[in-house]
Design a protein around this ligand. Structure first.
Ligand code: NAG
Ligand code: NAG
Ligand code: NAG
Length: 253
């Protein structure tokens, strides 16, 4: 599990504190964002799941307004003004643009749709002409509106309780959407036989080429890797740090 959407209410409630600590909002901005996030939590707790998803989107809107368009996938990106000023794009579309537009590939900047439908399509060589990457994503999101805010932590407990599968969670510390503080909350609430052992396990540094790339903690079949200087797309932002969890997952290298 990378920077995964595991416990949505925990993520949404921790955006404000992270932005405040990073100096990306002031107290007033923080309180605005938290008020929106707490409303998403309330709607969720009362079982209004579709409304909670809509309120989650409004919380994103508050973040975008209060930060002047922080990159939701790496809070330290220097976001180009043209992205924030695009009045024709919804917040959701702006976010999708940010996912990759802020990182040039070769000499060119792509948005994710264009990148997948040109560079990646060509590299794979087997994608039929009538198949377009991302063409169903809006329909999928619409269909899953009632599921989007529901946590999947019970499934993780079940895997830990009932299988011998090793569960690896890694998280880039500059991601906002699936932020590390929000992950820690659900990890600490997991109920499984190793919960106490994990709590007491040491948190160790990750050294790669003699540089500090993050930290990890593990107990039984559960691992957590904190990866430094990485946002949502950890292998892209910090390939060296990614070696640590890839080596652990594959016993290779
Ligand atoms: C949920 O959203 C719908 C559509 O906007 C609205 O009519 C309804 O009152 C909302 N329900 C709650 C509990 O907020
Ligand atoms: C693409 O074309 C093939 C062959 O005509 C067809 O079987 C398939 O359903 C089409 N796929 C889409 C996504 O339209
Ligand atoms: C997993 O096991 C713990 C006890 O170790 C229990 O409290 C928890 O409810 C179990 N979770 C699931 C989803 O079965």
């Amino acid at each position: 599990m990378g920077n995964a959407w595991i416990s949505p209410v925990d993520a949404t409630l921790t955006w404000g504190p992270l932005l405040l600590a990073a100096g990306l909002v002031d107290q007033e901005g923080y309180e605005d964002i938290q008020a929106e996030a707490r409303e998403a939590e309330r709607l969720f707790n009362e079982g209004h799941y579709v409304n909670s998803t809509a309120q989650w989107a409004r919380t994103q809107g508050a973040v975008m307004r209060r930060t002047n368009g922080v990159d939701f996938y790496n809070i330290l990106t220097k976001v180009p003004v043209r992205l924030f000023n695009t009045a024709t794009l919804s917040d959701y579309e702006k976010l999708r643009e940010m996912l990759i537009t802020n990182r040039p590939y070769g000499r060119q900047e792509y948005n994710l749709d264009t990148f997948m439908n040109t560079v990646v399509r060509e590299a794979l060589g087997i994608i039929p002409q009538n198949v377009t990457w991302g063409s169903q994503s809006d329909d999928v999101f619409d269909t899953l509106r009632g599921d989007f805010m529901k946590p999947v932590t019970e499934g993780i407990e079940k895997l830990l309780n009932e299988t011998d599968i090793i569960l690896t969670k890694y998280n880039g510390n500059l991601d906002l959407i699936c932020d590390t503080p929000g992950q820690i909350l659900w990890v600490d609430r997991l109920r499984w036989s190793g919960a106490e052992g994990y709590r007491n396990a040491p948190r160790l540094p990750i050294w790669e080429n003699d540089r500090l790339e993050g930290y990890y903690k593990s107990y039984g079949n559960f691992r957590f890797f904190w990866i430094n200087v990485a946002g949502h797309s950890v292998p892209r932002d910090n390939p060296a740090g990614s070696n640590a969890f890839l080596r652990d997952m594959t016993s290779f290298g």
